[in-house]
Design a protein around this ligand. Sequence first.
Ligand SMILES: Nc1ncnc2c1ncn2[C@@H]1O[C@H](COP(=O)(O)OP(=O)(O)OP(=O)(O)O)[C@@H](O)[C@H]1O
Length: 578
Amino acid sequence: MIKKLANLIGEYKKDSLITPIFMVLEVIMEVIIPLLMAFLIDYGINPGEMNMILIIGSALFFSALISLLFGVLAGHYAAKASSGFGKNVRKQLFYNVQNFSFSNIDKYSTASLITRMTTDVTNVQNAYQMILRAAIRAPIMLLFSLIMAFSINARLSLVFLTIVPVLGLGLYFIIKKAHPLFKRVFKTYDKLNSVVQENLRGIRVIKSFVRDQEETKKFHQVSKSIFKDFSTAEKILAFNAPLMQFAIYTSILLISWFGAQFIVSDTMTTGELVSLISYAAQILMSLMMASMVFVMITISRASAERIVESLDEQTDLHNNDDPILEVASGDITFENVGFSYQHDKNNLVLENINFSIKQGETVGIIGGTGSSKTTLVQLIPRLYDTTVGTVKVGGVDVRNYDLHTLRDQVAVVLQKNVLFSGTIKENLRWGNKDATDEELIRVCKLAQAHDFIMEMPDGYDTHIEQGGSNVSGGQKQRLTIARALLKRPKILIFDDSTSAVDTKTDAYIREAIRTEIPETTKIIIAQRVTSVMDADKIMVIDNGNIQAIGTHDSLLTSNAIYQEVYQSQQVGGIVDAI
Ligand SMILES: Nc1ncnc2c1ncn2[C@@H]1O[C@H](COP(=O)(O)OP(=O)(O)OP(=O)(O)O)[C@@H](O)[C@H]1O
């Protein structure tokens, strides 16, 4: 885990190495100061030598100043190195998540991924800063101060060092108790993020179902559980500083008590006693610093584990070593395809799927909800890989293509499609960033979106809010269709993409794409028979199996499921002839 994270220090290695150099220089100056204080008392203050007071006092002042300067420089480089490290970890995490397959994403919740990329990274970054500042400073300070203390009076140094094992034991118990609590806190943060996210996304639904109180209660429960664990963990950690202070004052008491006796017996000077007290304080301070590092590591260890877990997550969609970089045609073939979201051959949601579609054909897919229509089309651009069997595009197994090449040629207008914050133009150009304005208008006309865009206050420059909340469902669908068309794909898949569009507009869209892009293979999943009845062939899917393939007329006479769907829509008067 440490090696993995250490690799991400990257270009900030230099800053990470400079920090300890300044730190060592700062510590050296700090260790000299108590010695100068002893000289000041013994050779200046006690004998009343004003010259010595001036000389040693100036040396003291400049030592403190230089120590301050080195301290500031060390702090500067530590901050640069740690925030740079945080940036690299975030970048790598984001890159990894971007390469996740849908299966990988299904494994983690979105909320958990957000916590990992924000809170967890901040924790690890803070820990790194602490390590750079204190983990190096503490042992050096401890070593130098011990040498100085023992060289002044070894017996007295041994007296106060008896406190150290007691302190160590106290610290061990503090950390042991706090670690599992912090681990739990960050897991609960995932839940909190998930509740907040769901609430913000579904605010309209919450309001319309008058679920405000229940949702607030849910939020409070999670928030309270974070509060409980966090405050307990912090309370335990809060023992740390007072424990250290108690140790410092106890050691001052011990040194003063025994030291006074040494002074009386003339085996020690007052200056030496004062500097010994300072060294004792520095020794305990360095132990306190070390304990803070342990505490910080305790807090961030849980975060580091979660980050490394996401970094180690391997995408299960592997690019072929020698990938094919061109899709020859829009032909599609499914050969004995089976699929399970859990990669379990005994739990298939699609089974024994065999069919082929020729380039330029229009194929409709009809089936009840949950019959695996969406699952089937997601296998074409390799959003998921088949569990058994082969999907071929242009006569080639989709796994042999370069993933980008394949997805460039397969445009899927998903059921739950999204628009991003930005202008309409910017959103459309997701499909093809180099598209000209003329192309943009052409595809919007095909998607029956041009007219309503022109009616908007800023036309194609109208701003779309996050998630497309300021356009209607039908408008959003037409914009996402236009975006897909702009890709000029060889295969175009509509997954219930016109469900919010009136039947007349739906018919216009189908007519336009049939005549304007005849070379493109079109797959249309629909609930309405009218949306597929003019397709070259229609597939009837039931419970993950293909029940029948045929034209509208042939299915009407030969397939009971199709007949039933058609009848039910006619009785309801839904079927609108074009
Ligand atoms: N990400 C997923 N993880 C696990 N199971 C899933 C996932 N997505 C869908 N399923 C399951 O797979 C089955 C087929 O779902 P799919 O969305 O393909 O059906 P559909 O025919 O498109 O339904 P609808 O018409 O309602 O959109 C369902 O049982 C569904 O619960």
